[in-house]
Write a protein of this length. Structure first.
Length: 276
């Protein structure tokens, strides 16, 4: 059975820029709008996979607490786009203590829909790494990384490559720099954290559909992503009290050292240890 896993964030969807000075607050009108738009994009990706011969697709709501799609009044009509494949579609939602929950060696690839660039990226709408209020950056083996790289490494543990990513121009460029041969679609060009010139949502969905079909055609040539081990991990926090409170343990189960009052650093053998 040819199966694929679609990770769905929200900040990287077409026409999504959040509230000025803020992100996508849960329960806000902006968050509901973003949930609706990114579901359209995820369904475009799923349709492309089924049209190419996929037999199973998991859609994973990985924004915040993972219950964003339930707040969208458009939920039923959004999913109706792939109702003809309903028995082949599973939906992962809620708060997991891992990434791409349930993934294993049986999956042929993962896709990123609505993802965003990593923290501190210039001209990237709503860019952050897990929490803009908590972290200044994640740095692994001397390189700033974001959720795309960490998620890809989780899938890579099972030999599963990243096939496709949609985001703004900055996020798409980050994906291409990290994953050789990946197919990307930029749905908007960002100007700072809360501003962008976006494709019309229908145009974005069409391009995502076409991009996923291109990705499927070259899936056999794509390689799983992995960080070189041991992983030298440095996490810089926004606040000293957050750095002090963080429960971070290295591969010997010792607390991460303090590189400075804001930054914790340690060695890990595997990306899953980030979430232990």
């Amino acid at each position: 059975m040819e199966a694929y896993y679609i990770g769905i964030d929200m900040e990287g969807a077409a026409c999504v820029v959040g509230t000025p000075g803020e992100g996508l607050s849960y329960g806000s009108a902006n968050a509901a709008f973003a949930a609706r738009e990114v579901l359209q994009e995820a369904n475009a990706a799923a349709r492309a996979l089924f049209d190419c011969g996929a037999q199973r697709v998991i859609l994973w709501d990985n924004h915040g607490g993972g219950v964003n799609f339930r707040i969208s009044k458009m939920l039923q009509s959004q999913y109706s786009l792939i109702d003809q494949q309903a028995e082949a579609v599973d939906i992962a939602l809620g708060s997991f203590h891992t990434r791409f929950p349930g993934i294993d060696e049986s999956f042929a690839g993962i896709l990123f829909i609505g993802y965003h660039a990593s923290a501190s990226t210039k001209d990237a709408a709503l860019s952050h790494t897990y929490s803009s209020k908590t972290y200044q950056y994640y740095r692994i083996n001397g390189r700033d990384v974001g959720e795309m790289e960490i998620d890809a490494a989780f899938a890579g543990r099972y030999g599963v490559p990243v096939l496709f990513a949609s985001s703004d121009e900055a996020g798409a460029a980050q994906a291409r720099a990290s994953f050789a041969g990946i197919e990307t679609v930029a749905v908007k060009k960002s100007f700072g954290w809360n501003a962008a010139i976006s494709l019309h949502p229908e145009t974005a969905q069409k391009r995502i559909y076409e991009g996923v079909k291109r990705a499927w055609e070259k899936r056999a040539a794509l390689k799983p992503f992995a960080f070189a081990a041991p992983m030298d991990v440095a996490i810089r926090f926004q606040r000293i009290d957050a750095a002090n409170a963080a429960k971070l343990y290295d591969r010997e189960r010792k607390p991460f050292a303090f590189e400075d009052p804001y930054t914790r650093r340690g060695l890990l053998d595997d990306v899953t240890q980030l979430f232990d």
